[in-house]
Design a protein around this ligand. Structure first.
Ligand code: XLS
Ligand code: CA
Ligand code: CA
Length: 438
């Protein structure tokens, strides 16, 4: 049975195409620099937003028209798998991602839940034998069920800690079975509401213990995917421990966990933390910890996690700039952790939205690559910092200067010759590249 019968395989038709269900800029085979667009971009479809989300918001019932709406329980879960692989095939998606609860319903006990999960994972495994679509990452949902009210690995309740551990144990087994490239930890409820009732030290020690157990178990079962922490400053918890990349790095280093983790950076989480998307990518990159990306965008007029499909070309360009400079994402990819707006309720909107996101990142890739090839920013930056290439600057970077030497250097200096940072000129240059790349 076809779930998306009004849609055939999405083709690349070029920038002048008027076909809404075609790629205008994403041409998987096109070579950019040293690899194809498909190899650079490694797009992933998020199961939860695409196949599970029904449009429910805090003020309204679900309203999405989906061909599987009449089904329930395991029948629903199976239909979603069928629909998912039809969708992947038609979109030509190389990857997908899921939470355990996205793919199979929970039972009364973990044993029952795992049984449901096994049945669906069998089915997914079968599909994956003939599909080109691979698993970018899976993760455990440890935030929806009421048992996680006080957190999962940071809960004040040790039984909940144990339950969470068992869920991740199962998740790692599933990851291994399905050949996941990564495994994600997003701590939606790992944080606190008020310090008045919180032992922050114990909670953070426990979170580190939890991560260490995950590292150990992955090793024990031979799961070699990359572990990723996905930072977010808040929502649902008021203060989340993995606030942003810098906070995450400090945490991992404190507990000697940094060799085992990289970051999954979400655009909308970056902006919620008061950063730009490219800032978070840069912090991860210069620390060798840029793992993967949740490609979406927030809304500057709304203060929460709106998870919109990315269409801001300026943002995709600056993001791809970091990714190219990183040499690509390795095992990571660009997962569309993005949902169609409530008003976009037709099944075809799922395609329209993914096409918009994929085309936007294809533009970003092309423009960023040109900026890098032409050394537009590199040369400017190299020149801006040239005072460190000789004299006192060189002594500083080579560790030859101390406070006394530096005092000597400036004690009688009367003038400091600074130059313009010319940021407006550079922004205009990026605009020029954006408008002339195609
Ligand atoms: C929620 C997060 C979540 C993670 C995976 O804000 O983005 O969806 O990506 O648990
Ligand atoms: Ca995310
Ligand atoms: Ca989000």
């Amino acid at each position: 049975m076809a779930y998306f019968e009004n849609v055939s395989k999405i083709q690349y038709e070029g920038p002048t195409s008027k076909n809404a269900l075609a790629f205008k800029f994403y041409n998987p085979e096109e070579i950019i620099g040293d690899r194809t667009m498909e190899e650079w971009l490694r797009f992933g479809v998020a199961y939860w937003h695409t196949f599970t989300y029904d449009g429910t918001d805090p003020f309204g019932h679900g309203n999405m028209i989906r061909p599987w709406n009449h089904l329930k329980g395991m029948e629903l879960a199976k239909a979603r798998v069928e629909a998912a692989f039809e969708f992947f095939e038609k979109l030509n998606a190389p990857f997908f991602c899921f939470h355990d609860v996205d793919i199979a319903p929970e039972g009364e006990t973990l044993r029952e839940t795992n049984k449901n999960l096994d049945e669906i994972v069998d089915m997914i495994e079968d599909y994956m034998k003939t599909s080109k679509t691979k698993l970018l990452w899976n993760t455990a949902n440890m935030f929806t069920h009421p048992r996680f009210v006080h957190g999962a690995a940071t809960s004040c309740n040790a039984d909940v800690f144990a339950f969470s551990a068992a869920k991740v144990k199962k998740g790692l087994e599933v990851a291994k079975r399905l050949g996941a490239e990564n495994y994600v930890f997003w701590g939606g409820r790992e944080g606190y509401e008020s310090l008045l009732n919180t032992d922050m030290g114990l909670e953070q020690d426990n979170l580190a213990r939890f991560f260490q157990m995950a590292v150990d178990y992955a090793k024990e079962i031979g799961f070699s995917g990359q572990f990723l922490i996905e930072p977010k400053p808040k929502e649902p918890t008021k203060h989340q421990y993995d606030f942003d990349v810098a906070t995450g790095i400090a945490f991992l280093k404190k507990y000697d966990l940094d060799p085992y983790f990289k970051f999954n950076i979400e655009a909308n989480h970056a902006t919620l933390a008061g950063h730009t998307f490219e800032h978070e990518l840069r912090v991860a990159r210069i620390n060798g910890m840029l793992g993967s990306v949740d490609a979406n965008q927030g809304d500057p007029l709304l203060g929460w996690d709106t998870d919109e499909f990315p269409t801001d070309l300026y943002a995709t360009t600056l993001a791809m700039y970091e990714i190219i400079k990183n040499g690509g994402l390795g095992k990571g990819g660009l997962n569309f952790d993005a949902k169609v707006r409530r008003g976009s309720f037709e099944p075809e909107d799922l395609f329209r939205a993914h096409i918009a996101g994929m085309d936007s990142f294809a533009v970003g890739l092309k423009v960023a690559n040109k900026l890098i090839e032409d050394r537009v920013l590199d040369d400017f930056i190299a020149n801006r910092y040239r005072s460190y290439n000789e004299g006192i600057g060189k002594d500083i970077t080579q560790g030859k200067a101390d406070f006394k030497v530096l005092e000597e250097h400036v004690l009688d200096m009367k003038e400091f010759k600074n130059e313009s940072g010319r940021v407006e000129e550079l922004r205009a240059l990026v605009n020029q590249y954006l408008l002339t790349a195609f």
